[in-house]
Design a binder for this molecule. Sequence first.
Ligand SMILES: *Cc1c(COP(=O)(O)O)cnc(C)c1O
Length: 431
Amino acid sequence: MRFISTSGRSPPADLREALFRGLAPDGGLYLPEALRPLPGKLLSGLRGAPFPGTAFTVATHLLEGALPAPELERVVGEALDFPIPLVSLTDRVYVLELFHGPTCAFKDVGARFMARLIARYRARDDPPLTMLVATSGDTGGAVAHAFFDLPGTRVVVLYPEGKVSPLQERQFTTLGGNVTALAVAGTFDDCQRLVKQAFADPDLRHLRLTSANSINIGRLLPQIFYYFHAWAQLPETPPELILSVPSGNLGNLTAGLMAKRLGLPVTKFVAATNLNDVVPEYLATGIFTPRASVATLSTAMDVGNPSNFPRMLSLYGGDVDRMREDVDGHAYTDDQTRAMLARAYADWGYLLDPHSTVACLGLAQAMSDRAHATGVFLATAHPAKFAEVVEPRIGRKLELPARLAACLGWEPHVARVGNTLEELKALLRWS
Ligand SMILES: *Cc1c(COP(=O)(O)O)cnc(C)c1O
């Protein structure tokens, strides 16, 4: 399997090269060169299968021998070692819970798979790799946990001091070992700028800095697998299937669209967003207008210029009409989100976090005029991670899952860094 750039001016890359480069040399994003449908027999054989088996079957088909089978099986088995249950809310509405990984966020799926692929491709005598990641919340924790203790790697997380939630901060400041947390005196944008500058700096080349952000194809691939898993856990193939995805940078949705190309029988995807609605707007008007993000309750989806949009566009040859055949776009306010969150608890006794709630709203809207459709929405974070939003809506306290509660009791290790490349460089060389 080769990977081609969405900008079309770089030569195709193999998996290893696409993984280590992150961006293609022409600035484009890597996509698989071909997405051939899974043979019908393989697809029907997935029904009821456990997740690692489904992931391995789809990965083998998609990657076409990029890794020997036993190694691919090991990467899949080690990375995706937590449950991804499909929970039934009614006989037609289901939720795919993606938040049972170590940091209770769906980003664990992508980060853990990428980490193990990178560890696999690193030659034994290579110097250590440094993953440099800027985070405004969930990404830092997921990447730090994914690489924690992985030989030959270290992670440096940059985050804006005082601007991530205490729980999120604890998730990447308490690991120690090969994980270093740097609190930057500045904003998330400053962190991202510092990371970009560090990648471009010749003085740091010897550190072999690598990017772990969501444009890396290694994070996208495993997200394809769980769409097949969602379908495979339905009692039978529904006549119509709607999948609603809470969307920010569009990695999750793009993976779903790739799953459809690989033969997954999905009638329609919903790009469900908060008021950062550039994609619903694009689907409505055909015009893509990136802009500054606005703050909402679903913070991880506060994205004004979604980084995976070029991939999404490329899958449809830049044709908005073709994209509309597969994707509906809907955007929701915080008030609508609060109301739906309360209703899901009242009607179904089901707890949603604000991101998953946006997907639930999108599903309800898409199913309203389809009497025979079955719907699945993706739940991307554990509700207890957003207790300050959820608790007032449901009128009771939430219990933190044990793995989140544990890190609150551990000692944080943080180095402070000013807002300049010189300070960051001094710390990177020294640590
Ligand atoms: C990152 C994130 C999203 C958005 O996913 P994209 O792939 O960037 O569209 C949604 N929900 C949660 C909880 C997230 O952390």
